[in-house]
Design a protein around this ligand. Structure first.
Ligand code: SAM
Length: 279
C-alpha cells in the first residue's frame, strides 16, 4: 500500500478545489496529460484507466483525444479530489472509482483495459504493486504510460540550464529567513526514488516491458509556478507556517521576479507494454 503520508492533503476539499482551479487556468497538467495520452495509442482504444486521476485533468485530455465510443475510468484514493472532479466534469463516458491505485485489479476485469495512463503521480504510489495491478487489467499489448518528476527519476533535461535564476523556491527561502529567522538547512542531494533502472525492473517483474523512455522538458513561467505554489499542498516553505504566512512569503518572493520569466521542469516519460498474459 502507498503510505498514508502520500495521500494526506489530497483528501482535503479546499486543496482539491484549488488544485482543480489551477488545472483549468494553467496548462501544466493538461500538457503532460496530453503528452501521455498521445503515447498511449488511443485511436482504437475502448477502455482507458486514468490512474491517480485526481480531479480529472488527465481524464479531460483523454476524453478529448479518444474515439467517441471509448470510456475512461478515473481511479484515485482521494475522495475530495473526485468530489470536485464529479462537480466539474460531467461526461457520460467517464466513471469515477475511489480506490488506491494498488487495488486497481479489484475493480476491473483482467485483460479488459486498452491503456493505463498515470500523470504526475506514480512515484507517490507503491510502484511494484501498481505495476502488477496495471499488468493484470491490461490486454496483451495494452500500454501503461506514465511520467516521473525529474528529481524523483534522477534526470535533468538540458533546458533546465535556461530556467530563470534565482528560482522562486530559492526566493521563498530567502524571504522566509529574512522575515522569520533561519530555516532548517535544505535537504542535501538525495538518491532518486525511482530511476529508470528501478522502474524498469518493477515493470519487467510484472510482465510489462519498456518500449520508450524519454526525458522531456516542460516550459512554464514564474506566474504559473506562483499559482502552483499557492495550492495548499504545494505551498512552501515546509515547517511551522500557516497558509496565510506562506502566501505572504510567496507574494514577496514573486514580487522579486518577472512574471513571464521562463521556468523549466524535467520529466522521465515511460511507455511500457504488456507483452503476454500477466502471471
Ligand atoms: C498531482 S495529482 C495528479 C492528478 C491528475 N493525474 C492530474 O494530472 O491532474 C496526484 C494524485 O495522485 C493521487 N494519489 C497519490 N497516491 C495515490 C495512490 N496510491 N492511489 C491512488 N491515488 C493516489 C492523489 O490523491 C492525487 O489526486
Amino acid at each position: 500500500m502507498a503510505s498514508q503520508d502520500a495521500l494526506t492533503g489530497w483528501d482535503d476539499l479546499a486543496n482539491a478545489e484549488a488544485y482543480e482551479a489551477f488545472t483549468r487556468t494553467f496548462p501544466m497538467y493538461d500538457i503532460t496529460s496530453r503528452d501521455l495520452a498521445r503515447r498511449a495509442r488511443l485511436e482504437t482504444a475502448e477502455l482507458v484507466v486514468d490512474l491517480c486521476g485526481g480531479a480529472g485533468a488527465t481524464a479531460r485530455a483523454l476524453l478529448d483525444l479518444l474515439p467517441a465510443r471509448a470510456r475512461v475510468v478515473s481511479v484515485d484514493a482521494a475522495a475530495a479530489m473526485q468530489e470536485v472532479g464529479r462537480r466539474t466534469l460531467t461526461d457520460p463516458r467517464l466513471r469515477w472509482i475511489t480506490a488506491p491505485a494498488e487495488q486497481l485489479g479489484d475493480h476491473l476485469a483482467p485483460g479488459s483495459v486498452d491503456a493505463v495512463v498515470c500523470n504526475s503521480a506514480l512515484w507517490k504510489t507503491d510502484t511494484p504493486a501498481v505495476c502488477d495491478a496495471a499488468a493484470r487489467v491490461l490486454r496483451p499489448h495494452g500500454r501503461f504510460v506514465f511520467n516521473i518528476g525529474g528529481g524523483f527519476a534522477g534526470v535533468r533535461h538540458p533546458d533546465e540550464e535556461t530556467s530563470a535564476r534565482p528560482s522562486l523556491n530559492a526566493l521563498i527561502r530567502h524571504v522566509a529567513e529574512t522575515d522569520h529567522g533561519p530555516l532548517p538547512p535544505p535537504p542535501g542531494p538525495k538518491e532518486p526514488k525511482l530511476p529508470l533502472e528501478t522502474i524498469t525492473r518493477q515493470l519487467n517483474a510484472a510482465g510489462l516491458h519498456v518500449i520508450d523512455a524519454e526525458v522531456t522538458a516542460q516550459h512554464s513561467t514564474m506566474a504559473e509556478k506562483k499559482a502552483w505554489l499557492s495550492i495548499p499542498l504545494f505551498a512552501r516553505p515546509e515547517g511551522d507556517f500557516t497558509h496565510e504566512q506562506r502566501m505572504r512569503i510567496l507574494n514577496d518572493a514573486y514580487a522579486r521576479t518577472t512574471p513571464d520569466a521562463r521556468t523549466v521542469t524535467s520529466w522521465l516519460v515511460i511507455t511500457a507494454e504488456r507483452q503476454k498474459a500477466a502471471t
